[in-house]
Design a protein around this ligand. Structure first.
Ligand code: NAG
Ligand code: NAG
Ligand code: NAG
Length: 383
């Protein structure tokens, strides 16, 4: 059952405030009110990720303070969409409006302008789900965090190409997922890297998407962080090779990355190709663990940009840290940064591809300013 829309009321008040602030003909001298309104936002960040030691939580307070002050205001269409969110319930026991996520998504009109929360009950949903670009403001919300719904399918690159092998494909903007397991059930490719065996669990191609408490399960190419600004919070990604890949500009906060490889493993493959492109991955207060011979990333595109900060690098991290499989690429082309990481796999300072960032160099990568979060990141709704 869905409880009272407690968050909605709070959110409505908050958004009314925002709307007043962003409507140009409303009196400007609201600085003080503006600040107090934001400070009352229901943001609770402490102790939410107990596996990260206290010493690694440094990025959190800056994130918090920025979450509660929104200098520029959120995007007007988003503020409008959040005014009166709609809930569609999906439940396998027949108590909801739909039994499948696909049917719930189909019920959302093209050109949707309203935050539409698909509240998904527990169970395994054997579906391939597509949210096309004409359906923005969609939220997938697992109603029971302790019994998260799992969306699973088993397509592979051999059949559909890597991008379309994804179990869930989201191409619209302002997507949010909370308490969802995204999985691809295709079997573990045998050998180091078999052509056609890539099998994506989730592809996010929409701009300004947030994932909270989600799990991404697969082997090669688990999470296609395709393009746009993305926030992955308190989540888990499992895989073998390139299990976070794409050209998104993304902040991974307090998330666990786990290799299940038997041999070679590489967490990230980032697709930035030229200095003019504004994308990259930053992993902050994360935890990298698992089996195999693990590299933080391997070279894919010439100007790839990846930063690991305040992250626990576990056993099995290869001392070289970053794998170079292209002779043409070097530390002068790719930007692979490490900052204040700890654990047995942390840098010995002798990694050919790595740049040990100074405080000033690391700063742009450590919090939600990296993904322009002030314009779109909102607290998780309570339904
Ligand atoms: C990292 O994750 C592993 C596996 O879940 C856990 O055992 C370990 O305590 C975590 N370590 C840190 C420092 O967060
Ligand atoms: C991250 O997710 C947790 C729940 O998993 C939530 O409590 C926390 O507020 C989220 N953090 C941000 C910055 O949204
Ligand atoms: C690349 O590595 C060389 C050798 O360690 C070093 O001298 C140089 O400064 C590095 N370049 C960058 C951009 O980090």
């Amino acid at each position: 059952m869905i409880g009272k829309l407690t968050y909605m009321a709070a959110q409505a008040t908050f958004l009314t405030t925002i709307l007043i602030l962003i409507i140009p003909n409303v009196i400007a001298d609201t600085k003080a009110e503006e600040n107090s309104a934001y400070i009352t936002m229901p943001v609770h960040l402490s102790n939410e990720f107990s596996t990260v030691p206290a010493g690694l939580q440094a990025a959190d307070s800056s994130l918090t303070s920025q979450l509660i002050s929104v200098p520029g205001g959120i995007d007007p269409p988003l503020a409008e969409a959040e005014k009166a969110p709609k809930i569609i319930k999906v439940s396998q026991d027949g108590s909801g409006e739909f039994k499948t996520i696909t049917d719930a998504v189909k019920s959302i009109p093209s050109g949707n302008k309203v935050r539409t929360i698909i509240a998904i009950g527990p169970g395994e949903y054997k579906e391939k789900v597509h949210v096309d670009r004409f359906k923005p403001f969609v939220t997938f919300y697992g109603t029971q965090p302790g019994n998260m719904p799992k969306i699973v399918y088993g397509d592979t690159a051999k059949k559909l190409g890597t991008f379309n092998s994804a179990t869930v494909i989201v191409e619209s903007d302002y997507f949010v997922a909370v308490n969802i397991i995204f999985a691809n059930s295709a079997p573990l490719p045998i050998g180091k890297e078999l052509t056609g065996e890539q099998a994506v669990a989730m592809r996010i191609s929409g701009n300004k998407a947030a994932f909270h408490n989600c799990r991404f399960i697969g082997f090669q190419d688990t999470l296609c962080d395709d393009k746009g600004l993305h926030f992955f919070n308190n989540s888990y990604v499992e895989g073998t090779v390139d299990f976070v890949f794409g050209t998104g500009k993304s902040l991974y906060l307090k998330s666990e990355l786990r290799s299940v490889a038997k041999g070679f493993a590489a967490v990230a493959a980032q697709g930035r190709q030229s200095e003019s492109e504004d994308n990259g991955f930053t992993f902050v207060s994360c935890n990298l663990t698992g089996t195999g011979d693990i590299y933080l990333a391997r070279t894919w595109k010439a100007r790839a940009k990846i930063v690991f900060a305040y992250t626990y690098l576990g056993n099995n991290i290869n001392p070289a840290g970053w794998f170079n499989n292209k002779a043409s690429l070097s530390n002068e082309t790719v930007f692979y940064g490490e900052y204040k990481c700890i654990g047995p796999g942390a840098s010995n300072g002798k990694r050919a591809l790595a740049k040990m960032l100074t405080d000033a160099e690391a700063k742009p990568y450590l919090d939600k300013t990296y993904i322009n979060g002030d314009t779109w990141l909102l607290p998780i709704p309570k339904i």
